[in-house]
Write a protein of this length. Structure first.
Length: 244
């Protein structure tokens, strides 16, 4: 009877070679896979901003084509008692029946998937630049027609995250309503020192959330990405040469 040769297994050296090849392939592929994952999150963020843009225009259609800028609040000489925190004002146009400041966090599209701190419940900030170029916050509401170059003027953008920076407020769903109201006062941009090119001590618009890009929603309601360090006050609707 003919003897059959027994199948031989891998030698230790062959097994180590296979493991080394797999480890090498993983080392090559993991950065690429992470980039793809981050790009997918950035795309979701753009979709969020697009939805908020639709809500913003629906709100404007109901309220004399006006949109909220810097929040009217006690201590501002034009305060009228109106609650004009944009996360609250846009809620009814984003599928929520709740309208109170304590309920805004139900709106999931206020969350950017790439925001590094998951406790943060609002990851975007709005344009409150004084369009006349005088500096400071523009409080109240502006007509859509007040903005020049609507397709290229930013209305909303990624909110920065800088640990322990006092000007970046962490707004948690567990905060008492009065704390939420105070913290939401920081969800706006009104000075060149808030733009991505500014230092950590003052920046409010994100610099590196999506690598070197920042996601924006524009006055006409569309969303798109911009090279973060190239954003200037002109992109916020101010004339060129504004001394901010």
């Amino acid at each position: 009877m003919q003897n059959k040769r027994r199948a031989e297994g891998f030698t230790l050296i062959e097994l180590l070679v296979v493991i080394a090849i797999i480890a090498l392939l993983l080392a090559i592929l993991m950065p690429a896979l992470q980039r793809v994952k981050n790009q997918a999150k950035a795309t979701r963020c753009l979709a969020n901003l697009k939805q908020i843009g639709l809500a913003m225009h629906a709100y404007a259609g109901d309220y004399d084509y006006e949109v909220p800028r810097a929040e009217l609040r006690p201590g501002v000489n034009i305060y009228t008692g109106i609650d004009m925190r944009w996360p609250v004002l846009f809620m009814p146009y984003l599928g929520s029946v709740a309208r109170g400041v304590e309920d805004y966090y139900e709106i999931k599209i206020y969350d950017c998937p790439n925001y590094p701190l998951k406790e943060q419940t609002v990851d975007y900030c709005t344009n409150a630049f004084d369009l006349k170029g005088g500096g400071g916050e523009f409080f109240g509401f502006s007509k859509l027609d007040d903005f020049p170059r609507q397709a290229t003027t930013i209305y909303m953008a990624d909110y920065e995250y800088i640990p322990d920076a006092g000007h970046i407020k962490v707004i948690s769903k567990d905060d008492p309503p009065n704390d939420m109201k105070v913290k939401m006062q920081s969800l706006d941009l009104w000075n060149a020192n808030h733009l991505p090119s500014a230092p950590d001590s003052s920046r409010r618009m994100a610099r590196d959330r999506h690598e070197n890009w920042v996601n924006c929603m524009f006055i006409d309601g569309h969303s798109g990405k911009m090279e973060s360090r190239e954003i200037t006050v002109v992109d916020m609707g101010l004339p060129a040469g504004s001394g901010l």
